[in-house]
Design a protein around this ligand. Structure first.
Ligand code: BTN
Length: 258
């Protein structure tokens, strides 16, 4: 379990098992929890991800936590992704990369994802529930294309320290966003993201769009350049075409499997 005496996050609640940490924080927000109140669980019976996927949490080997914001900008999920990347890169010297819109990958395997859900909590107030999952220590019994921070670094990892560092970086970055805007995060995101300037396909709800990934705009939308038009895509899943070992066979790499 986590050594709670080492956790520096204010208003922090620890659970062995919950349905989803997002559900717990929503209940706390309805009861007036302060901004950045945070809950953490070792196990989630109904952990969920973006696009209605299931999120698998590996007990004692992962970070699965949620916190609440009451002030929100639509670029916050991308900024949070920069926060995760900064900590994983700087503190752990890992070669992790960002995958639009807010995943962290290492060697084509997904280490981390972010889910933001929004609900009204009082008459004129909305809560933005931010849930972050990060696979830390390797687990043999894992789903395909799942990665672990441990495999991406030679530095010893303490989950407590990692969590404290992430939370500190997140708060700093959101304060910085509110003060100075999205510009610096947009640059950081593009410098560290997968597939920039490459041909990609993006799964949208009911269709797939293909073209060159030329950047993100000021709202964090993916800019896809096609022959005749430029599309600004607010949400979706990037899939990239790959040729395997020279075989005349095409697969799509993606993380849309859990
Ligand atoms: C994604 O990549 O699709 C987002 C994954 C988000 C997972 C986290 S784990 C903590 C929080 N509780 C959940 O049920 N989901 C988020």
């Amino acid at each position: 379990m986590l050594d709670l005496s080492k956790i520096t996050i204010k208003n922090f609640k620890y659970f062995e098992s919950v349905s989803s940490t997002n559900d717990i924080i929503l209940e706390m927000a309805k009861n007036g929890a302060e901004e950045y109140s945070c809950c953490f669980a070792e196990e989630q019976a109904k952990g969920r991800g973006r696009l209605e996927r299931v999120w698998q949490t590996y007990p004692y080997k992962s970070l699965a936590f949620s916190f609440v914001l009451y002030n929100f900008q639509e670029v916050i999920p991308l900024v949070l992704c920069c926060s995760l990347h900064t900590v994983l890169k700087n503190k752990f010297q890992s070669n992790v990369v960002i995958k639009w819109p807010n995943d962290i990958y290492f060697n084509e395997c997904k280490l981390s994802g972010i889910l933001v859900e929004s609900y009204p909590v009082q008459s004129s107030k909305r809560a933005y529930i931010v849930g972050i999952g990060l696979n830390v220590f390797a687990e043999d019994d894992k789903l395909d294309m799942v990665g672990f921070l441990e495999d991406a670094t030679d530095i010893a990892i303490s989950r407590e320290e990692l969590l404290n560092n992430l939370f500190k970086q997140i708060k700093e970055d959101i304060a910085n966003l509110q003060k100075n805007g999205f510009g610096q995060f947009k640059d950081y995101f593009m410098q560290n993201c997968l597939y920039l300037n490459q041909q990609i396909s993006v799964n949208l709800h009911n269709k797939v769009e293909s073209g060159e990934f030329v950047g993100i705009n000021d709202s964090g939308y993916l800019i896809l350049k096609q022959k005749e038009v430029i599309l600004n895509i607010p949400a979706g899943q990037i899939v990239q075409k790959k040729w395997i070992n020279g075989h005349n066979k095409r697969i799509y790499t993606n993380s849309n499997i859990w």
